[in-house]
Write a protein that binds this ligand. Sequence first.
Ligand code: ATP
Ligand code: MG
Length: 446
Amino acid sequence: MTEQKRKLEKLAGVKGMNDVLPQDAGLWDFFESTVKSMLRAYGYQNIRTPIVEHTQLFTRGIGEVTDIVEKEMYSFVDSLNGEHLTLRPESTAAVVRSSIEHNLLYDGPKRLWYIGPMFRHERPQRGRYRQFHQVGVEALGFAGPDTDAEIILMCQRLWDDLGLTGIRLEINSLGLAEERAAHRVELIAYLEKHVDALDEDAKRRLYTNPLRVLDTKNPALQEIAQNAPKLIDFLGDASRAHFEGLQRLLKANNIPFKINPRLVRGLDYYNLTVFEWVTDKLGAQGTVAAGGRYDPLIEQLGGKPTAACGWAMGVERILELLKEESLVPQEEGCDVYVVHQGERAAEQAFIIAERLRDTGLDVVLHCSADGASASFKSQMKRADASGAAFAVILGEDEVAGGTVGVKPLREAAAGGEKSEQQTVPVENLTEFLINAMVATAEDGDD
Ligand code: ATP
Ligand code: MG
């Protein structure tokens, strides 16, 4: 008894993991369809990998001494078979794993894209969540700076297609392994001189991954990072030529950029080109997309040595920007809302709604919350609120006469001339609605 009487508690979602509610569905659709058409324009193919991978993929692929692997992964042991698994924190390693496993590059390089949720145990704040979404591209098997330039231009095209402005491009070159090794020696010597001023993260990384100290977010370390030896000064001829090739293409295509010598990226697998797209409009979480070249990764994960580059974009941050700039598209209602009263009318309305859907119209059939028939007045309120272009109305008289009432709703809602209800024979309904919609669309064009 007490069990039954106990008040049922409301359950909340997991902290840092958001629901996308219906009011935002249109915005997500707008973003996803714009991104997909941009990706088609560059010949990219979609790949979908599982949300769960072996933990080892990320420790090997992303690097042990990174924020993600050190402290952000949702890892667990499968209680049924003891496997060590992780919710993917990013997708590059998984796409590479898949392309090796399925020998995707057997007939040449591939341009791939993905979209989906990623998981990182971070402190939730604006623009930083524990489940978030990335759309990303991976160009596998292309070594030249032309591909670096192409994937950067794809982002610019997307900003233009979305109507976003003020997203700045920063680029840098991380050179090759031996160039980083030479820089590392000087960087460690420099950091050792400032060891007392370093924070815990920086001290821990001093010998394991000193380059990471340069992308510290700690304000107290900015000056030390600013004055550290710059990797860019250690680049050899080939690295320099690659970097210059990229810059030439960006300039030739009128893409402004800034060279940021401290841009090193949080992941271990990058070499040569790295870049970020940054905005000032989102506060501290201003990086909306980031990427670069990761030539060593495919071999590191067991494939043949293959050049590769890509980027990943934070979908929530872009959507936030779209809202910030009032670029949220107007939500379109359905074409027709069917209202009805009486038992025979209800049955007829159901059939008419199906016939209208057969012709490709979007139709909402009025259904009451309690199963009883609501007044025409309250049904018409629902019809107005639905954003439908037309109400189709059936009462006993219409059923008896083989007709329906049709009332345009949008003109009235927009404060235009009052639209009269018309009686239309059921067999002419589709034609009538389609003609009326074409006429409204043409009016709209004037
Ligand atoms: P940050 O420095 O902000 O932590 P990162 O270097 O960890 O970013 P990447 O791994 O390069 O980020 O991911 C690419 C993009 O994905 C970021 O530029 C950002 O737009 C988005 N992103 C990364 N982490 C989150 C998160 N926790 N919540 C929302 N978006 C994120
Ligand atoms: Mg991060």
